[in-house]
Design a protein around this ligand. Structure first.
Ligand code: KIV
Ligand code: ZN
Length: 380
């Protein structure tokens, strides 16, 4: 029996904090519905106190999805928590995510506070949030650089106060994978009530170790992963959902599974990239445009003899079409619809008919229509 790993998607919150990637409420709702189909367990929809628009987005996402838990972020202050609770009032499964800095650097320079006062504030915030919803996640910001004995005490205190999940972010992407394993292992063995809550991994990618750290955390006992589509997020980004989901799938022998429908990963990546105007790097694992492209002669020769020689995942498993379809003025409506779906655009008649006419006009002019041309056509 493998252990379930809960997938907490924060594309709409941490991902959306990226400059230039802001989403409208309608765009957030559209992505949330696709995340539900993808099989994520929790959707972090926003930070309601931050702006009226973000508040509205959390309300509308709460109405739009049924299966996943909908989560709203707050700082460990009453006004934020009230706002989060209010924005979640239509959610079938609401969760408030509240927290405060846990490293001495944050405690001193951000809060001008003390370890003792931080624990008190954390306990008060969790108790206050528990009066509004049954599911409260606590984040110990900059946990990656926090004193470990203090982190254990903080974790124990917030679980006692009613936290159902404790998030231990590597906010600055500093920790090494073996250290992450040791830190989570320490908490699993030194927090007496750790069995009453789930420990969560929320790793940033400043040194390119977010995914490795997340897997290390799982191996040590964390059972929730906080991830974004395409790994987007503050600075160098967050842990990428598609990487973690496929690592656990490819390495089944590790004994973990998620609820992710892997065939939706590539269309989902395209949808987020187009909607947020954030291109995916060509060599991005799983979803980059070169992830299943074989270029050198030696590789091509091996690949053509047996795909296993150079592929550890079949492209179809992550929703990448095996052979590329070249779109020209001789292509039919079906091929166009299929390619647009791969790019995240779902069209039905009569919009499809109209798009097809405009596509034919363009194809007559430029002969071969690539994905960029199609996105431009959809935006026109
Ligand atoms: O990186 C971080 O510490 C965060 C918290 C607000 C959860 O995003
Ligand atoms: Zn973060």
């Amino acid at each position: 029996m493998s252990d379930k790993i809960y997938v907490f998607d924060t594309t709409l919150r941490d991902g959306e904090q990226v400059p230039g990637c802001q989403l409208t409420t309608d765009e957030k709702v559209m992505i949330a519905k696709e995340l539900e189909k993808l099989g994520v367990d929790i959707i972090e929809a926003g930070f309601p106190v931050s702006s009226p628009g973000d508040f509205r987005s959390v309300v509308e996402v709460s109405k739009a999805v049924t299966e996943p838990t909908v989560c709203a972020l707050s700082r460990a202050v009453k006004g934020d928590i009230d706002s989060a609770g209010e924005a979640l009032k239509f959610a079938k499964r609401p969760r408030i995510h509240t927290g405060i800095g846990a490293s001495d650097i944050h405690i001193k320079h951000k809060f001008n506070s003390s370890r003792e006062a931080i624990i008190e504030q954390a306990i008060d915030a969790v108790k206050y949030a528990r009066n509004l919803v049954d599911d409260v996640e606590f984040y110990a910001e900059d946990a990656g650089r926090a004193d470990l004995a203090f982190l254990a005490k903080l974790t124990e205190s917030v679980i006692k106060a009613g936290a159902t999940v404790v998030n231990l972010p590597d906010t600055t992407g500093y920790v090494l994978p073996n250290e992450m394993y040791d830190r989570i292992n320490y908490l699993m063995n030194n927090v007496p009530n750790v069995d009453k809550a789930i420990l969560s991994m929320h790793n940033h990618n400043d040194l390119g170790m977010a995914t490795a750290n997340t897997i290390a955390g799982i191996r040590a006992g964390a059972r929730q992963v906080e991830v974004t589509i395409n790994g987007i997020g503050e600075r160098a980004g967050n842990t990428s959902l598609e990487e973690v989901a496929m690592i656990l799938k490819v390495h089944k022998s590790m004994g973990y599974h998620t609820n992710i429908n892997s065939e939706m990963l590539f269309p989902m990546s395209n949808l987020v990239s187009q909607t947020m105007r954030m291109p995916v790097q060509a060599n991005k694992a799983i979803v980059g445009r070169n992830a299943f492209a074989h270029s050198s002669g030696i590789h091509q020769d091996g690949f053509l003899k047996h795909t296993d020689t150079y592929e550890i995942i079949s492209p179809q498993e992550v929703g990448v079409p095996k052979s590329s379809i070249v779109l020209t003025a001789r292509s039919g409506r079906h091929a166009l619809k299929h390619r647009l779906e791969m790019l995240g655009f779902k069209l039905e008649k009569p919009v499809l008919d109209d798009t097809y006419k405009r596509f034919l006009d363009l194809a007559d002019q430029i002969k071969e229509v690539n994905d960029k041309d199609l996105v431009k056509l959809m935006r026109a």
